[in-house]
Ligand binder design. Sequence first.
Ligand code: AMP
Length: 295
Amino acid sequence: MLYCSVFGQLLVAPMHIISSAAEMTAFSKAEQRASRRVGFVPTMGALHEGHLSLVRAAHAQCDAVVVSIFVNPTQFGPNEDLAKYPRSFDQDKAMLESAGVGAIFYPSVEEMYPAGATTWVTVEGLSERLDGRSRPGHFRGVTTVVSKLFNIVQPQLAFFGQKDAAQVAVIRRMVRDLNFDVQIVVCPIVRERDGLAMSSRNAYLNAQERMQARVLSRSLERVRRLHEQGENNSEKLIAAGKKVVSEQPAVRLDYFEVVDPDTLEPVCDVKNGTLVAVAAYVGATRLIDNLLIGK
Ligand code: AMP
């Protein structure tokens, strides 16, 4: 955020709304020429406190914050919710303006995927685990769009939520393997008061489903408590977590896994930093949540 004082009054620099990739790059280059660190928060919009926590973290470490809002079609499967994904640009814009964001990158699908685009970025192996197993092609879409966004925005730091734990592993691997010159910062999960992890998709839930959805965070809490009581065996922890989910028969489990947070491979014995991840359908809505043991 840029402040300047005119006749003793504080003026806040206006937020830029940029839809062209070339203009976005020019904005970032100008910031960097002025020795200002650019922090980047990629989102699909329909913003909530979880997104804003990333913006605040970016402000704490950077001079200018860029937020992208792009509902990326290539990360949605053919039978998924691309068409109905919540879009609330005016509200998002107001939230980001109050948060002091320097620029919103708000490209069209044509700007991001010009006709004839045939290039993909794929992180092999990792992209087929956890959500990647249930959503074939999902992470190929994520890594392709995030690579493009990194090239366009050219940030020094990029901020992601621990909420999407598999995405964090995939992006970290991509950045390492392809030598992207960007530091990845991962921020904790922001939850509703009753424990439900905030998500744009929570808007799909009706009142009954909203109550049922609490079972995801409750199952993770059960695992946390059991581990604190000395249980390290992942099979037993998984069984206990699944049992909590099954107590809510309207919720259909997709996966409940205990894995290494970097490789996403199952582990037998849980230690500090092990990832416990759950995904389930509440009605037609697929929700995810996770915890890092000992964090
Ligand atoms: P999305 O708009 O869902 O693609 O999310 C954009 C970014 O916000 C991703 O890095 C997410 O992991 C992060 N995010 C979404 N929900 C939360 C949450 N409840 N707490 C922290 N970060 C979140």
